[in-house]
Design a binder for this molecule. Structure first.
Ligand code: IPE
Ligand code: IPE
Ligand code: MG
Length: 231
């Protein structure tokens, strides 16, 4: 079964820290290490697309301290990891409403996207300030603009057009969506794109999710019978 695109909801950082009586923010630090391990691993596995959920449009409801810490952490990781990512041919993009990001972080995200745009290795998408409903709403607005300009007849709007106008435009839908931390929900992630995606939920908390766990999810996926509503 071909596997090109895996999406991950990296959940359970704070529970991981709570269990060890560490400050909760340490959970996020460890989460970053887990992502680094995985990116190296999937680079070797020749996966084409990896899309990870780092901060949802609803995560603004967390304390100011946590939100600020997360943004600082993202900025630091970008600076520290850029060279290795670029060296390994990783193409890094960010999905979400980036305009709401702190200006310095936003600049750094835009620079990274620009500088890695020509890379041909793994395409790594990091969903930041991402919400699938926001994404779909943004796509509808773009399409409505074309209708308003007289360039498009509403009767000609297709599913493909909607897909193309999402932040993930041009990418194949994920075949597999992994959620760590055990919650059985999508939390506003890739709602359109995962119409027929296979789901894999593991109790393992994100900081503990290892390349071996990832390979187990892939092995499980390989046993699935994907029917797309057919026989
Ligand atoms: C996922 O871990 C990371 C983010 C949402 C930023 P959480 O912070 O949600 O940790 P839990 O799920 O509360 O343990
Ligand atoms: C989803 O996790 C968002 C990320 C992993 C970035 P949450 O922890 O925010 O999701 P809920 O609140 O359990 O649904
Ligand atoms: Mg969570």
């Amino acid at each position: 079964m071909p596997l090109e695109h895996v999406a991950i909801i990296m959940d359970g950082n704070r529970r991981w820290a709570d269990l060890r009586r560490y400050p909760r923010l340490k959970g996020h630090q460890e989460g970053v290490k887990s992502l680094k391990r995985l990116v190296r691993h999937v680079g070797e596995r020749k996966l084409k697309y990896l899309t990870v959920y780092a901060f949802s449009s609803e995560n603004w409801q967390r304390t100011e301290e946590e939100v600020n810490y997360l943004f600082e952490l993202f900025g630091r990781v970008l600076t520290e990891e850029f060279a290795e990512l670029a060296e390994n041919g990783v193409r890094l993009t960010f999905l979400g409403q980036l305009a709401a990001m702190p200006p310095k972080l936003r600049k750094s995200m835009e620079n990274t996207m620009q500088k890695t745009a020509g890379n041909t290795g793994l395409s790594l998408q990091v969903a930041i300030n991402y919400g699938a409903r926001l994404e779909i709403t943004d796509a509808v607005k773009k399409i409505a603009q074309q209708v308003k300009a007289g360039l498009l007849d509403p009767a000609d709007i297709t599913e493909e057009m909607i897909s193309d106008n999402l932040y993930t435009g041009g990418m194949p839908d994920p075949e597999l969506l992994i959620r760590t931390g055990g919650e059985m929900r999508l939390s506003n992630y890739l709602l359109w794109q995962s119409a027929y995606t296979e789901l894999f939920v593991t109790q393992t908390l994100w900081p503990e999710f290892s390349p071996e766990h990832f390979d187990q999810a892939i092995a499980d996926f390989a046993q699935r019978n994907r029917r797309w509503g057919g026989d």
